[in-house]
Design a binder for this molecule. Structure first.
Ligand code: DP6
Length: 333
């Protein structure tokens, strides 16, 4: 029996992935750029079982709901298809990300699954190939393969050419020491999944094409700011890019709106902090929670202010840059 465990962390995009040009291969419309977090690891263990007649997917040992199990099994099929190994597996996931919190548990989950499954089935992949594989589970998982800042290239073309050219890479930013204060204003399951929301936005929002065009400019400017250690420019671009993404959703028909009352309170606070001379910038994903980017040196001040408007210290998480996907000792080989 071959058992391999891997750990990965969620990432927060500072330039968002929003829209696919290929729904099967998960080829994005835009290049995105993210920060992998130190908090909320997902550990996934893949045990290949010669005696099984089906895959078995569990959540901390208990049977996983079909909505979670089916994509995991499809992902294993993809891995098996590349090796010719027909044996099924048991996949156990221990997830510490609050589900539905807009913290992309799928990014950490599929990055960990890609590494554990590729290793368990004997696929020898370099990091770019691992990122491409993780992308097939969930687009944003391509970036969680790497620690710190990562860029996920849109890639060129369709089909095999697109697949080969769309992967993430780490970005060096030695002058920066960022922190993110996550405000959990509402952790209920969202009404519209990000997958459906991006589909609807692409199909119906007149604001989508200009956001895509602006995103390419955001990327060039942010890469330069990362190189120069200019967190203020990184933060300004991140905030504009995220709010622009939400504007595309508000323009969809019917509109997709993830803002909750608590969201606006945190966005207002971020403006107040900046007016008071504290470097703090907001970003949001497909949910109402706000992630506030700041320098690590300012994180205590920012966290205290965010906690006050978010409803207390238990409603916030302070995190910094975290590591990429790694194998863990908890598998036996
Ligand atoms: C708003 O990676 O979860 O968080 O590829 O359909 O699985 P699928 O989508 P997913 O989308 C993440 C969207 C986002 C922005 C981002 O992380 O870049």
């Amino acid at each position: 029996m071959n058992s391999v465990a891997a750990i990965a962390h969620p990432n927060i995009a500072l330039i968002k992935y929003w829209g696919k040009r290929d729904e099967v291969l998960h080829l994005p419309m835009t290049t995105s750029l993210s920060l992998t977090l130190r908090e909320f690891p997902t550990t996934t263990k893949v045990t290949v079982r010669p005696d099984s007649t089906t895959d078995r997917v569990t959540f901390a040992g208990a049977p996983a709901p079909a909505a979670f199990a089916a994509p995991v099994s499809r992902f294993l099929e993809l891995v098996r298809g590349r090796t010719g190994d027909r044996r099924y597996a048991v996949v156990d996931t221990v997830n510490t990300v609050p589900t539905g919190a807009g913290l992309a548990s799928s990014a950490a989950g599929f990055a960990a699954l890609a590494l554990a499954a590729a290793t368990a089935y004997g696929l020898d992949l370099d990091r770019a190939a691992l990122s491409r594989l993780a992308r097939r589970g969930s687009g944003s998982a391509a970036r969680s393969v790497f620690g710190g800042f990562a860029v996920w290239w849109r890639g060129v073309g369709a089909g095999a050419a697109g697949d080969l050219s769309s992967f993430a890479e780490p970005i060096d930013a030695p002058l920066l020491d960022p922190a993110l204060v996550v405000a959990l204003v509402d952790t209920r399951e969202k009404a519209v999944s990000s997958r459906e929301a991006m589909r609807r936005t692409m199909a119906t929002s007149p604001f989508y094409p200009p956001w895509v065009a602006e995103s390419a400019r955001d990327l060039d400017r942010m890469r330069a700011a990362l190189r120069e250690g200019d967190l203020a420019t990184v933060g300004e671009i991140a905030e504009a890019n995220a709010l622009g993404m939400h504007a595309t959703m508000l323009g969809a028909r019917p509109a997709v709106r993830y803002f909750a009352p608590g969201t606006l309170r945190v966005l207002d606070l971020v403006l107040e902090l900046r007016a008071a001379g504290v470097g703090a910038w907001a970003t949001m994903d497909a949910g109402p929670n706000v992630k506030v980017l700041c320098d690590s040196r300012d994180s205590a001040v920012v966290a205290a202010a965010v906690a006050e408007v978010a409803g207390g210290a238990e409603r916030i998480v302070v995190t910094t840059a975290g590591p990429g996907a790694v194998l863990s000792d908890s598998g036996e080989r």
